[in-house]
Design a protein around this ligand. Structure first.
Ligand code: ATR
Length: 294
């Protein structure tokens, strides 16, 4: 536990619930590794009976916080409180990182997209001019599609249970990335049609996540092939049914643990201006997960 004094620099996490978040041990381990007097504290901010998220944001400034992470259910509804936002926020429609500037203004950014891309690069996955298939069209899919298009994917197809949401996401991202070909379809009807041409297939739905480990978004009559990469944003279990199938078919498989760490590492860099100690952050996350399983 950090030795908190009157000089300690504070950053927070605003969300609900936050009691099971792995971010506090991850960031506090990083501050310890860097040898800086910083502390990361989670704050539960419910939406019922009234959302106090505006008060929470203004409280950051009043209390001299350097910044905060933002998680469910506030990632979208805090945008109006920001003074400046990044292009990623404009396209994705969600903030997960706030920096309180020295003059008290709020800068809002989204590190989910670069965190995802950083993890792909960490696994030597090429993105430029590649063809991606994204399953799901919710908040995480928005970050994934933005990241892939921004990193130079030439084509991205979004398949979703509710086809209209996939169409809407493809149309939004097409406006930001006119040179990327964005398509959409139905996850139940169109996997067969798009699977074989995809270099990278990403599950952004929660299907397969503990405790629903028997569920999968993938049509298992469709085979992966060995030069494909399957990425599942789910990291608990470490190998979802989706990744197990991809692995059996010889594809490269990656779970979302690295994205979790890298989005945190990039947030830390936004607050501190220092290089994040990613190894210490991975170690802390693995330890926190093991402690949860006890
Ligand atoms: P997140 O922020 O994790 O992306 P979300 O915004 O609620 O969460 O999005 C959940 C995604 O998982 C959506 O694409 C959702 O499909 P719908 O848009 O049709 O709701 C998808 N999803 C959730 N449960 C699903 C299920 N049982 N089968 C197929 N897709 C599912």
């Amino acid at each position: 536990m950090a030795n908190i004094t009157g000089k300690t620099t504070m950053v927070g996490l605003i969300g609900y619930p936050v009691s099971h978040s792995i971010s506090p041990p991850m960031h506090n381990a990083a501050f310890a590794e860097l040898g800086i007097d910083w502390c990361y504290v989670p704050f539960p901010v419910p939406t019922e009976p009234n959302s106090r998220v505006g008060e929470a944001i203004h409280g950051l400034r009043a209390l001299g916080f350097r910044g905060s992470n933002v998680t469910v259910p506030h990632k979208q509804n805090i945008i109006p409180f920001m003074d400046i936002v990044s292009t990623a926020v404009e396209a994705i429609g969600a903030v997960n990182t706030i920096r309180v500037e020295e003059n008290g203004t709020f800068y809002g950014d989204n590190t989910d997209a670069p965190g995802f891309i950083r993890d792909l690069r960490d696994h030597d996955v090429e993105i430029e001019s590649k063809n991606a298939l994204v399953l799901g069209a919710g908040g995480s899919a928005r970050a994934v599609v933005f990241g892939l298009a921004d990193a130079g994917c030439s084509a991205i197809t979004i398949l979703n249970r509710t086809r209209s949401k996939a169409e809407e996401l493809a149309a939004t991202m097409q406006r930001f990335f006119p040179n990327c070909h964005l398509g959409s379809g139905s996850v139940s009807d169109d996997i067969q049609r798009y699977a074989s041409d995809a270099d990278l297939i990403v599950n952004t739905t929660s299907l397969g996540m503990t405790p629903n480990v028997d569920t999968t978004p993938w049509d298992e009559s469709v085979a992966f092939h060995s030069d494909q990469t399957a990425y599942d944003l789910v990291y608990n279990p470490a190998q979802t049914r989706f990744l197990q199938k991809a692995n059996r078919d010889g594809a490269k498989t990656i779970n979302g643990l690295g994205m979790l760490v890298w989005q945190g590492a990039i947030s830390l860099e936004i607050w501190t201006g220092l290089d994040a100690p990613s190894l210490a952050m991975f170690k802390a996350v693995r330890q926190a997960m093991a402690d949860k399983d006890k």
